[in-house]
Structure formats: structure tokens, C-alpha cells
Design a binder for this molecule. Sequence first.
Ligand code: PLP
Length: 414
Amino acid sequence: MTDALGQHYLDAAGGAITVGIGHGDPAVAAAMAAQASTLDWVHASAFTTDSVETYAAAIAALVPMDLARVFLVSGGSEAMESALKMARAYHLARGEPERSVIIARGSSYHGNTRGALDVSGRESLRRPYEPWLGQTVRVPGVNEYRCPNPTHPEGCAAFHAAQLEEAILDTGAETVAAFVAETIGGAASGVAVPPDGYWELITEVCRRHGILVVADEVMTGFGRTGEWFASDHFALRPDLLVAAKGASSGYWPLGLAIASGPVHDVIVGGGGLVHGFTFSHHPIGARVGLAVLDRIKELRLIDRARTQGGKLLQGVSAALSQHPNVGDVRGIGLLLCVELVQDRASRRPFPRSTLVTERVMARAKELGLLLYPSTGNVDGLNGDYLLLGPPLTILDDEIDLIVDRFSSALTVLA
Ligand code: PLP
């Protein structure tokens, strides 16, 4: 990327871990223009469109859900709001109106609108709005680097499943509508990959209590982690799945709230879904989404996320893991996190007042490297995470550049 002053940057973060197919793809621009000149927009209450129907069918064939049905919106927060309403509509349609509670994890992020923010366990973003929040029941986040489980790592999946079950029973299982979680953690947890067996046990607990599983794949969907969806790593088949970011790769504000066929059918057979936005089901968004899917397939970007991600993780680990302030380098596919700490032995974070993330980000930018920041997630205030999530088209020599520039940026900590 080149800015207005002529400075060049290597986009190692895909903006906000958004750009999968790379910037400036002419095929997507052409698809967008073709759709705009054929049919710009119609309101979904009056018509569906070829563009939306074709895209929904293509998505249904990819997601790890039976007979999936797709609701198109304008971003991740809207998609999460839509999924929450679908969960509620499902229980209403089944004649269980007392099921309204959402359970979600600490160190999580699901969006910035009021409902999605209430589900999010990210203190720094919630703090100004706390008087409006507080309906979500919280279970601890998953973070293998800072795991409090006495039987870590073998017993971690069972530990988290037991905590979820305890929260369900404390709340009253008959009042719980859904469990919401990022399949693999994004910015708020610093790319926390769940322990072996986690999703199997969590799903079993939810299903036993009639609770829907909502997988947030806004950051992890569309190849980012080396599978179409992060759920594919764990054979997770959620009842509802939320995606955005990589769905359009940034070319259009696009989000997807996806229901499994059985969930959809219950909703439609009951009271239906009282919901919608003016720009839901936008034909240009759907056409862009379809063009992005084509590019992911043509360029074999899922495979590339795996191979290039492996190289990036290896390069960053080799260059940084001995640095006195690098606590952990972790990730999967092309979604990586470097966690910075003041003290490696105790894993103590830097005090927030030292603005470590901001200083490293600023130095990296001066050096022509764009990173994605996340702060405050160790204890609600402190914690410094720098995320790497370059376009899946990243080349070997660009990986070397990322590693070099990242290493140089860390000299601000000396
Ligand atoms: N869910 C996750 C996991 C995210 O990472 C984000 C955004 O970063 C969202 C939801 C919200 O998406 P948006 O910013 O498109 O509203």
C-alpha cells in the first residue's frame, strides 16, 4: 500500500484481519460494477435477487452446517445481532419463551452494537457503556498461555466444559438460549486456539441442555486459519454461524448470519424472524461475496493460508522468541499473535500506562509494516497483543520482510 505522502507499507494485518484475497483485485471490481449496472438494489421485503440466491447457495455448500440458510447483512456486528435474534426466535417458535439468556466467554469480541457488545468480554470496549450492558452470563475465556487449570494442558477441555455446565445450571438451563464464542479466538484473546477436545465437549454440554451453539467466525472464516472455517479444524457443526471480514475481503461491507436448516425451519414454522435492515441482502454485496469465493478457489488460498502461515509462524518464532519481552508467539494459518510481556518468567504484562502496543505499532508503521493491535485483555486493563493477518496471497519474500520489520520495531522496547 502507498499513502498520500508516498510512503509504502506492507499490510501484514489485512486492515483489521479483513483482506484475504489481496488488495485491488480487478475481478472483484468488475463483478461489483456489473452488478451495480444490472440491478443496484431492491428491498428484501419485496424481492430476492439472482445474486443473493446464487451466493447463499454457494455459502450453504461450504459451511459446516446441514442445509444452511443465509441472512446477508452489512458487517460482523449486524451479523451477530441477527444470530442472537435467530436464537431467540428459535426458542420462541419451540414454545420456550423463557429461554433468553446468552452465555459467552471472557476475552472475547463479537461486535460493537449494543447487543453484540454485551456478548463481548472485552472490558476496554465495554467500560463507557456498562450502564447499558450486563445481560450476558460470562464464562472464563480460553487462553492456553495463561491457563488457570491445575491439570493444564490435558484436562483443559473438560475444565472449560465443566465451567460452562456450572454456569448453565446456576443460571437455570431452561432460561439459556445460546452459547456464543469465537471458534478460534481473535483480537481479544490474542488468537487463542482452544485445547484438544474443547469443541466436542462444549457442544455436548450445550446440546444436552437444549442450548444453541453460535460460532463467531467473523475473523476466522473464509480461509484465514487454513480451512474454509475454523470450525472445520474441530469438526464443529454450529447451529448458527456468523461471518464477515474475509467474506468480502473488504471490498464491500458484508456480514453473514447463517442458520442450520433445522434451526431455520423451526423459526419459519413458528413465529418467524422479526428482524431486518434496509441494506440486508444487498445484491452488490452478494455479487462481491461470490467473486471473492471464486478468487479464494482460483488462487487456492486455503492451502496458501496453511503453507504461508506455517512459514510466517516459523519465521516470527525464530526471530522473536528469544526477545526478553516476547512472551508467546502463537497462531494458526495466517492468523498469528505476538504477546508482549514485561517479564517472561512470570508472564507479567506491561503496565498499560507504558503504551507498549501503541509504540511498537507506530514504529512498525514508520518502518513500513502494518500490524493489528489489541490491548487490555490479560486482566481488563493490561496486556499487549500484536496480531499478524496478512492477505492470504502473501509471498515468501514478503514474509521475510514482515519478520525483519517486526524485529526492528521491537527495538523501541529496549
Ligand atoms: N466478531 C469478531 C470475532 C470480530 O473480530 C469482529 C470485528 O473485529 C466482529 C465480530 C465485529 O465485526 P464488525 O467490525 O464487522 O462489526
